[in-house]
Write a protein that binds this ligand. Sequence first.
Ligand code: FAD
Length: 462
Amino acid sequence: MASFDVIVIGAGPGGYVCAIRCAQLGLKVACVEGRETLGGTCLNIGCIPSKALLNATHHLHEAEHNFAKMGLKGKAPTVDWAQMLAYKQDVVDGNTKGIEFLFKKNKVTWLKGWGSIVEPGKVKVGDEVHEAKSIVIATGSEPASLPGVEVDEQTVVTSTGALSLGKIPKSLVVIGAGVIGLEMGSVYARLGAKVTVVEYLDAITPGMDGEVVKAFQKMLVKQGLEFIMGAAVQKVDVAKGKATVTYKLRKDDSEATLEADTVLVATGRKPYTAGLGLEALGVEMLPRGMVRIDDHFQTSVKGIYALGDAVPGPMLAHKAEDEGMAVAEILAGKHGHVNYGVIPGVIYTSPEVASVGQTEEQLKEAGRAYKVGKFPFMGNARAKAVFMGEGFVKILADKDTDRVLGCHIIGPAAGDLIHEICVAMEFGASAQDVALTCHAHPTFSEAVREAALACGDGAIHA
Ligand code: FAD
């Protein structure tokens, strides 16, 4: 039996960041991970492999559609799928080994195996029980199931199977128009699959700014994705390696079917907390296996903390990381804090979509007086030069104080541009503060400045 100040269960972005920060703050820490590699869902079967495939297929798209326009002539590349998957795996391996290196560097002990909490202060891994003053649950999430749909990870897959398909499907049905479904749908559309997205609601990417959502769907349609909206999937039948998806349109209850080589079930994720022994410990739970925590990330049982996808809030790697750091600070006797009002959300399609803070719909509902500053990438020289003139930056600011309340971007490098506004919001900046900050020319970020100018006396290039 070994004894630690902290044992973190799960080495995803929440858990490994928490463990490293605990060690940096002088605590003796171990991290339990049952998977063969560190990094959790994000590094192994989530953020990182999906971005590798998005990157490869983005370049394919550029070669097919834009190279000739720039005088780069010759045959468009052909796809070696096995090599593309090998590239993806290399990227994953580089990252997961990187975490292993960081664990060694920071003297974090990796307890290999699946852990359970036998009593407060005691974690069992395999046959061994280890002691800790504090325990952190960072066990993440798993794909949510859909009634009538059996996943075999061959023909009917979750995002995990979609990242490693045996071959590129000719047709793909994506159930669920959320971030994961649209990212993976984009990958396969660029690889030549006929992609149909079936969504229960009437709009894609629920919760995002309505104007961005409309523009986004239009762009995806232009890229060849088809959408069946307001449709409730009833079942998926598989015969001879082909799938038939039966859905019912909500508006008139009419039923229809779709055939596909592959079906991706992307209807969300749920916390993965089974097997930890939480019920026996009396840890208070929320629906769907989610752990209830207080303002200091502590569960209803003293000394047991939880974070990341296992607790309420957006299921995002950077939210988990921030919570990991905050919990470490708290355990080290400092003041850990996460500002949930400033957590960016990014969709890594092309163009990218990014947002932070309030949407226009939320401001309206709250009855808050606001103003909108918008700037199209068509007015941004750099964006036009790289054929990315579609999309816009939209900044929402308080009508009276000019304080930035939110920002929504669809366009090139949106996922990076959004951070300027994150920093502005953290500092309580006004739109004018952003507008008066010199931005290098020619950069995409000038579009952010122009949107900020549009909150005041007007943009220059619009
Ligand atoms: P996880 O990353 O899920 O890690 C939990 C770890 O705990 C796992 O490794 C698991 O094996 C381990 N574990 C669980 N139970 C036990 C146990 N009892 N004992 C030992 N180990 C255990 N988010 C973004 O921010 N950006 C993106 O671009 C993005 N893309 C995504 C793409 C896909 C396809 C998917 C599926 C997700 C994506 N996400 C993205 C979401 C992101 O992966 C999660 O929000 C993030 O991984 C959550 O981190 P976590 O530390 O809470 O849990």
